[in-house]
Ligand binder design. Structure first.
Ligand SMILES: NC(=O)c1ccc[n+]([C@@H]2O[C@H](COP(=O)([O-])OP(=O)(O)OC[C@H]3O[C@@H](n4cnc5c(N)ncnc54)[C@H](O)[C@@H]3O)[C@@H](O)[C@H]2O)c1
Length: 254
């Protein structure tokens, strides 16, 4: 079950965290993996780990917020059967404490970056007769989180783009879903804790772990497993859905 033999999967943000876990798992499931990241060193590291394990992978290096770069990089890929949009950045702030430059930066990576990848990949999928798209949304897409104004704006847009794409291309054999994790233990979270709470890293890690009723953060591999299922033929009936994977955050935090 859940094999991706003969499929080519482009994974933005495949150099780190959830995107990297997806890249490693997809390669084990038989996919040819294209790691798309602007951190060349990290992207090549993922490619190297896949090849060392006997899998097939290559890298394309691009800033997802720049349409020309995304289009040119995706043109280098022979076929795109699966697109996983995992590249993303975080931001802390409320509406009155978020400055314009930060708002624009979060928008350009988390919203426009997803649009750019969709814009480049969908014509290819249509021409091939279908494809599967997974976007990384978040619990912030549908729940009010404290101090996450710009980030929530961006993840709400990811959820809306997911529904729009699922509707528009259902007749082209393209399935599009999103995944909404609560906190996942990745460099994204470690970096945020180190920047925001210097000297209190351990205490804050414990505190943030407990915001999930299950008492811990997710592992990137747990998110990757859900994404593998959603991209497999076993999930052929699933489109236009948002999948929380949140240790009980949305429904049990009361
Ligand atoms: N970690 C969490 O708790 C969590 C929870 C919910 C949703 N998410 C979402 O999951 C996705 C992945 O998060 P992660 O925790 O794995 O992050 P991460 O920081 O570990 O990895 C993100 C990757 O994206 C790449 N990237 C960033 N900006 C880019 C750009 N402009 N162009 C190309 N590549 C770029 C980075 O180089 C990095 O390799 C993000 O969209 C994030 O919002 C994360």
């Amino acid at each position: 079950m859940f094999q991706l033999n003969d499929k080519t999967a482009v994974i933005t943000g495949g150099g780190s965290g959830i995107g990297k876990a997806v890249a490693l798992l997809f390669a084990r499931a038989g996919a040819r993996v294209i790691v798309a990241d602007f951190n060349k060193e990290a992207g090549l590291q993922t490619v190297g780990e896949i090849e060392a394990a006997g899998g097939k992978a290559s890298g394309i290096f691009l800033d997802v917020s720049r349409q020309e770069e995304v289009t040119a990089a995706f043109e280098q890929v022979a076929a795109i059967d699966i697109l996983v949009n995992s590249a993303g950045i975080s931001h802390i702030g409320k509406a009155d404490t978020t400055d314009e430059a930060d708002f624009d930066r979060v928008y350009s990576v988390n919203v426009k970056g997803v649009y750019n990848a969709l814009h480049a990949a969908i014509p290819r999928m249509k021409a091939q007769g279908g494809g599967v798209i997974i976007n990384m949304a978040s619990i912030a897409s549908s729940v009010g989180l404290p101090d996450r104004f710009a980030y929530s704006m961006s993840k709400g847009a990811v959820l809306a783009m997911t529904l729009s794409v699922a509707k528009d291309y259902i007749g082209d054999g393209i399935r599009c879903n999103c995944v909404s994790p609560a906190r996942v233990h990745t460099p994204f979270v470690d970096g945020f804790i180190a920047r925001t709470y210097p000297g209190k890293e351990k205490e804050m890690f414990e505190k943030l772990s407990k915001t999930q009723p299950i008492g811990r953060m997710a592992k990137p591999e747990e998110i990757a497993a859900l994404i593998l299922y959603l991209c497999s033929d076993e999930a052929a009936f699933i489109t236009g859905c948002d999948y929380p994977i949140d240790g009980g955050f949305i429904k049990l935090n009361n």
